[in-house]
Design a binder for this molecule. Structure first.
Ligand code: AMP
Length: 240
């Protein structure tokens, strides 16, 4: 089934499944948040869901913690079970944005089965083919974005020491808290995460290209230009 005709109110539109592909640091999270807000559909970030499990100390969190700290991928079956539980919630009825999932061809095959099989409760959405948007960013740019990332533990604001530094080094402009680096943003772990991406996630672009589902967005431009291109792809992606 094709994506539905566009509704006047984006929040009434049936968007269907949207998958954001791209390396760590490509800006998937930022774009996913903007899309989620515009259409009133959930952003499902497996990285955020896993970090939440780690913080809460659940069984999944205990299994995932060490793997994440090494910058490797959490086993497919654990991540797929977690995603299945999330996608079956009623807020996914008009569509959802997957950010950081799938990350292996096996996860993509599982997702295809899940959406078209009888396991998915939101039947209307499952009839719409996922739109896959690859946010493309070169290696040097990714490296600076990831190693330069700092966040405020109090208000959550994100800075980058190269591109958008705080006024005073390491101090949040908003509330004066000391900025922190995410545990998996250390140089050693970043290099592991980029390797995992190249080995396990890059082949996914070919998988979706082969199915005629892949759309490309140049992610090296500023955030607003990238989000305009991403929204344009969602609105007209099927008609390209
Ligand atoms: P992210 O915030 O998307 O960069 O994810 C942080 C970490 O969570 C990754 O380095 C992986 O260890 C783990 N992770 C997130 N999504 C997945 C996934 N789809 N499959 C396996 N591991 C994942």
């Amino acid at each position: 089934m094709e994506r539905q005709e566009l509704a006047a109110d984006p929040k009434a539109q049936t968007v269907g499944p949207v998958i954001l592909l791209g390396a760590p640091g490509a800006g998937k999270g930022t774009q996913a948040k903007l899309i989620a807000q515009r259409y009133g559909i959930p952003q499902i970030s497996t990285g955020d869901l896993l970090r939440d499990h780690v913080t809460r100390g659940t069984e999944l969190g205990r299994k995932a913690k060490a793997v994440m700290e090494r910058g490797e991928l959490v086993p497919d079956n654990l991540v797929c079970d977690m995603v299945a539980e999330r996608l079956n919630r009623p807020d996914c009825g008009r569509g959802f944005i997957l950010d950081g999932f799938p990350r292996t061809v096996a996860q993509a095959q599982w997702l295809d089965q899940f959406l078209t099989g009888n396991l998915f409760e939101n039947k209307a959405v499952s009839k719409i083919r996922p739109l896959v948007i690859n946010i493309a960013v070169g290696y040097n740019q990714l490296w600076k974005r990831l190693t330069g990332r700092r966040s405020c533990p109090t208000c959550g604001r994100i800075y980058n020491v190269y591109f958008s530094p705080s006024r005073v080094a390491d101090i949040c402009d908003v509330d004066g808290a000391k900025l922190i680096t995410r545990r998996d943003d250390s140089e050693e772990v970043i290099s592991q995460r980029l390797k995992a991406y190249e080995r396990q996630t890059l082949p996914l672009a070919e998988y979706y290209r082969g199915q005629g589902q892949l759309r490309e967005v140049d992610g090296e431009r500023d955030v607003n230009t990238v989000s305009a291109a991403t929204l344009e792809t969602i609105e007209h992606g099927d008609r390209l």
